[in-house]
Design a protein around this ligand. Structure first.
Ligand SMILES: *Cc1c(COP(=O)(O)O)cnc(C)c1O
Length: 392
């Protein structure tokens, strides 16, 4: 076995200790009021799609993030789908997004019968590269009487979805400036970044609309769940309406004024969320300490670096990430094999979206160098907050 592989194992062992039980990338933790609030739902019969915990959870999210409005949904994908509808994404429109990302994001574009247009990322943030994006738009886009149009395909380019990869904020200021100049809606896929900030302001409060996920592997969980954040009252009201089968408020009549969805978060899930958010600050402190320990342990490991936040960002370090200096899939796989065999769950990054079967005929930037390099060199490591306590 080569030296880098052994050194990576030693560094991970230094941080996490040796373990007989398998350590997942991210495990949920219920050590606060979770049982009490969920029991309350069962005791009172309020388990389903309306109830006081839903309202409370939405308020908690507003308070925590500083967003004017939060609308809880059944998962993050549903929140993203609603966000694109609110952003005015229509069949045949193109939506720009990074090729390095989770498939759910591209899927929500497809649900709108729109076209994902894949672009490269920055190695500083692992999210959209504003400089490269701006140059690319100058090359491929022009304003016509239809709006911003892709010169090659003739399609309208309606929106950009940025994603804060593994909790690390993208460079939002230049991105927002680009959206303004090119007249594009900005949707933040903040699924992974609850508790991360950019220049002191929470991720998910920069774009026109943002989506968060509370899936079981995220920083806080509601079992399954999501939320849409926005500062625009009309967006919030329409999101609530669309997620509630577009039902018009009336004491008894079933009137639905458009095709809506059943995307609401059930009360029992929101109860879990209310308890989880009480622990969020503690989770983030512990996750950042764990990241600090990884950074220290890998300092002397040649050929590998830990991905760290930029100076304008405070990351929740949802998933800790190491990057091999040189692209070597064989070595990456050896490291993955060794770490997993020692009960440290580790994974490569998602397969690039522009190469996946459902999306391989979609438009993409010719130069996807950084995303392609990350696909070959990136490894995620166990990142649950409790690992800080176990190792200590
Ligand atoms: C988790 C995740 C989603 C989807 O959220 P769900 O709640 O699982 O539907 C979307 N985008 C990204 C980047 C994610 O990590």
């Amino acid at each position: 076995m080569n030296e880098i592989t052994i050194n990576v194992l030693n560094a991970v062992t230094k941080v996490l200790g040796e373990t007989d039980s398998y350590l997942p990338l991210h495990e949920p933790e219920f050590s606060g009021n979770e049982w009490k609030y969920v029991k309350d739902c069962i005791d009172t019969g309020w388990v389903s799609s309306v109830g006081s915990y839903v309202d409370r959870f939405e308020h908690d999210l507003q308070d925590y993030t500083g967003a004017n409005y939060a609308v809880a949904t059944m998962n993050g994908t549903a929140a993203l789908h609603l966000a694109l509808i609110l952003a005015g994404v229509k069949p045949g429109h193109e939506v720009i997004m990074p090729t390095l990302g989770f498939v759910a994001t591209a899927n929500t574009i497809a649900y709108c019968h729109a076209i994902p247009h894949f672009v490269d990322i920055s190695e500083d943030t692992l999210g959209l590269d504003p400089v490269k994006l701006d140059e690319y738009l100058s090359e491929i886009a022009e304003f016509t009487n239809k709006g911003l149009t892709n010169k090659k395909t003739g399609n309208i380019i309606r929106a950009i979805i940025c994603m804060h990869t593994f909790g690390h904020p993208v460079d939002l200021d230049p991105l927002m400036e680009i959206c303004k100049r090119w007249n594009l809606m900005l949707v933040e896929d903040a699924a992974e970044s609850l508790g991360s900030t950019y220049n002191g302001k929470h991720c998910g409060t920069f774009g026109h609309i943002a989506a968060i996920s509370f899936n079981g592997n995220k920083t806080v969980t509601t079992g399954g769940g999501g939320a849409l954040l926005t500062n625009d009252k009309r967006f919030a009201e329409r999101a609530k309406h669309l997620s509630t089968t577009a039902k018009v408020t009336h004491p008894w009549l079933y009137i639905h004024d458009e095709v809506g969805f059943n995307y609401r978060m059930p009360n029992i899930n929101a109860a879990l969320g209310c308890a989880q958010i009480e622990s969020l600050d503690k989770f983030i402190i512990e996750k950042r300490q764990l990241a600090g320990n990884y950074i220290k342990a890998f300092e002397k490991v040649d050929g590998v670096s830990v991905f760290t936040e930029t100076e304008y960002a405070k990351s929740n370090y949802w998933l800790n990430t190491i990057i091999l200096e040189s692209p070597d899939v064989g070595m990456r796989d050896k490291i993955l094999e060794l770490l997993n065999s020692k009960n440290y769950m580790s994974r490569p990054v998602w397969s690039l979206l522009h190469a996946l079967k459902p999306y391989q005929n979609m438009p993409y930037m010719d130069n996807l160098d950084i995303a392609e390099r990350m696909e070959k060199t990136l490894i995620n490591l166990p990142s649950s907050p409790k690992l800080m306590r176990i190792a200590a």
